[in-house]
Ligand binder design. Structure first.
Ligand code: P6P
Length: 343
């Protein structure tokens, strides 16, 4: 019975990654071990974020950090707590050597005895300012291999996004959804809380070639450059008789990108006069989401070049980004190219 087989043949993320690994006989399973520690971190953050509202109430009453701390310490901000969980999980995996987190000014160099070959760049809780109103937030990560066996340096993480081995995010919303690419397509997993396992629910995600949704903070419109302003104008007042697009902007990148990936359309965080490099960070927001978009058949562009070709000079560098359906990004690229020709 197919239905029964479906119910009993659970494709967990662990099984899925082991299947992937079996394609590389020489692999020692290091990547699978690394990924299992990232998944562990996400499960922890999912449980803490879901209690956030409750914790706040209890926290207010007792001013204690309900997250398993008996030292009565102050309620730790969830993004700080999440960061600590991911750093500890990644170091304890014994498979990492450099960590770059949105929460830490400096990169973490793992001590030699615990060092592995992978560098992980991550935003432990992106959009955390949205927690109090219950908007979905998420963890975003990308994984590089160190360049060589020499002493690790920042050059091992200042690599173009196209060198990433894997990237993904975990969205903490009505359900906990883990979306991952290891370079051979994109797959989505949903946490089954009764099993504590991520189950494959969105196999081989492909973003629609076109989309009817544009996603941008219109509040910045007065500061946009010409091509962005022209593109958004076309979304609202199409000249070719097509219907105008819908605007959907949640203000939490993981939620806006997840909707774009599944429904199609385009997500934009352009440069503007106030922030010439836009707002989003290259290593742990732009690169992972651009990697996923390309793997799903979409595109990602910075206004000047393919996002994944960018070579960051600093670990917290920002870049404008236009990502989503292939045809939508093509339109933005044409507008920037036309601007370039005029210049
Ligand atoms: P704005 C959240 O703070 C974040 O880093 C992303 O998750 C989100 O896409 C963006 O900033 C929202 O920025 O300027 O539109 O509020």
């Amino acid at each position: 019975h197919a239905a029964d087989a479906h119910r009993t043949d659970l494709m967990t993320i662990t099984r899925f990654v082991l299947n992937e690994q079996s394609k590389y006989p020489e692999s020692r399973g290091d990547f699978s071990i690394l990924l299992s520690h990232i998944v562990l971190g996400c499960k922890f953050v999912c449980s803490v974020v879901n209690k956030a509202g409750l914790a706040k109430i209890i926290g207010l009453a007792g001013e204690t950090n309900v997250q398993a701390s008996c030292r009565g310490e102050e309620q730790k901000k969830l993004d700080v707590l999440s960061n600590e969980v991911f750093v500890k999980a990644l170091v304890s995996s014994g498979r990492t050597c450099i960590l770059v987190s949105e929460e830490d000014e400096e990169a973490t160099f793992v001590e030699p005895s615990r060092r592995g070959r992978y560098c992980v760049v991550f935003d432990p809780l992106d959009g955390s300012s949205n927690i109090d109103c219950g908007v979905s937030i998420g963890t975003i990560f990308g994984i590089y291999m160190v360049k060589d066996d020499h002493e690790p340096t920042l050059d091992d993480v200042l690599q173009p996004g196209k060198n990433m081995l894997a990237a993904g995010y975990c969205m903490y919303g009505s359900s906990c959804t883990f979306v991952l690419s290891t370079g051979t397509g994109v797959n989505g997993f949903t946490l089954d809380p009764s099993l504590g396992e991520f189950i494959l629910t969105h196999p081989n995600i492909k973003i629609p070639k076109k989309g009817k949704i544009y996603s941008v903070n219109e509040g910045n419109a007065k500061n946009w450059d010409g091509p962005t302003a022209k593109y958004v104008e076309k979304c609202k007042f199409p000249q070719d008789g097509s219907s105008s697009k819908s605007l959907r902007y949640i203000g939490s990148m993981v939620a806006d990108v997840h909707r774009t990936l599944l429904y199609g359309g385009i997500f934009l965080y352009p440069a503007d006069k106030k922030s010439p490099n836009g707002k989003l960070r290259v290593l742990y927001e732009v690169f992972p989401m651009s990697f996923l978009m390309e793997q799903a058949g979409g595109q990602a562009f910075t206004g000047k070049q393919r996002a994944l070709d960018l070579v960051p000079a600093k670990i917290h560098e920002r870049s404008p980004v236009f990502l989503g359906s292939y045809d939508e990004v093509e339109e933005i690229k044409a507008l920037y190219a036309a601007e370039e020709e005029k210049a």
